[in-house]
Design a protein around this ligand. Structure first.
Ligand code: PLP
Length: 356
């Protein structure tokens, strides 16, 4: 039975990606071995890593001087690893606090140097993105969370400063184009818009490395991972392969610009319904609304269980909101079809007729 998967993460994968990866789980390309049984140093796995790397470079238009890494530990380890590699203990970095993930990034970075939280939207339960934030010029970098998975806000345009950016793009990477050259590090856990949990994509500017005086543990040193082509230790081969299948799917479906159109159509339709429907309202400021995670509430919260029940009966899963916002959250990542969003809209309309 087809389920409409609106979970925030781990999240929906394209149908053909699931089909293809299930074949590889049993017999990888006629080798008689599951991909999960093969050496991470085999020619087959090398080919997977090479193709994934070159597709990422092509799709994101990554300039010379950057390296693409597949690491482990999730975005959560990158909160610490970025600061450890880029920020000296007597240095300063600027952070914008736009939600729970930013807060966690700040907490970990503070272990490495001075952190200036230059703006926060905590005053309004993170329902907006602070703009035109002044940054001190002696900052090593500015860290942002480009899409706030929990609160449903997103930078519509990346901020522009004279200092480099470091960004957590876990929940909106590959959903839109951006200028990679403005960033020293971009990181993303795979399980929102790329693949299954277990691999973390890191894009790092090589020129930004080697400037801190501390000694780095090998596993936390970007330079070591670069030197070993992401194979310093046994990498998460299967999640990388599923990510590769997603990248191929992405390219076939119009690349990043294809995703921009696809995502705009889905988000527009759903926000239009939230604004039209007399029972619901959106939580994020309109100008900062995320095209990936759509957060909305019922004016009468006592109807919440009834709406969740209707969703369940309609095979809609994952729409219960995160506890810090409440209500509902529909995550509509790249792989989600417009049909599923239309189906949710139909259920919202039927609910209005029933309750209104
Ligand atoms: C999910 C998420 C994280 C956490 O990712 P892990 O891979 O579980 O560490 C961090 N930041 C953002 C924006 C996320 O959406």
């Amino acid at each position: 039975m087809k389920k409409h998967n609106f979970y925030a993460g781990p999240a929906i994968l394209a149908e053909e990606v699931k089909q293809e990866s299930s074949k590889a789980a049993l017999d990888y390309q006629g080798t008689g071995l599951s991909l999960m049984e093969m050496s991470h140093r085999s020619p087959e796995v090398s080919a997977i890593m090479d193709e994934a790397t070159s597709l990422i470079k092509e799709l994101l238009n990554i300039p010379e001087g950057y390296q693409v890494l597949f690491l482990q530990g999730g975005a959560s380890l990158q909160f610490y690893m970025t600061a450890l590699n880029l920020l000296d203990s007597n240095g300063t970095a600027s952070y914008i606090d736009t939600g729970s993930w930013s807060t966690k990034a700040i907490k970990e970075a503070k272990r490495c140097g001075n952190i200036e939280v230059v703006a926060s939207s905590k005053d309004k339960n993170y329902n907006y993105i602070p703009k035109n934030v002044p940054i001190s010029a002696n900052s090593s970098y500015l860290h942002i969370t480009t899409n706030n998975t929990i609160f449903g806000t997103q930078y519509q345009d990346m901020p522009s400063y004279d200092i480099p950016l470091v960004a957590d793009m876990s929940s909106d990477i590959f959903s839109r184009p951006f200028d990679v050259s403005k960033f020293d590090v971009i990181y993303a856990g795979a399980q929102k818009n790329l693949g299954p949990a277990g691999c973390t994509l890191v894009i790092v500017r090589e020129g930004a490395l080697g400037k801190v005086s501390r000694e780095l543990p090998s596993m936390l040193d970007y330079k070591i991972h670069i030197g070993k082509g992401s194979l310093f230790n046994t990498g998460p081969v299967f999640p990388i392969y599923v990510s590769l299948l997603t990248l191929r799917w992405l390219k076939k479906n119009g690349g990043i610009n294809g995703m921009v159109q696809r995502n705009a159509a889905k988000a527009q339709a759903l926000y239009d319904e939230i604004d039209r429907n007399s029972l619901f309202y959106g939580t994020a400021e309109k100008e900062d609304r995320s095209k990936m995670n759509v957060c909305f509430l019922l004016h009468d919260e006592s109807m919440s269980d009834e709406f969740l029940k209707d969703c369940k009966e309609a095979n809609i899963v994952g729409v219960k909101g995160h506890r810090s916002v409440g209500g509902f959250r529909a995550s509509i990542y790249n792989a989600m079809e417009k049909d599923s969003v239309d189906h949710l809209i139909n259920i919202m309309q039927a609910f209005e007729k029933k309750m209104g």
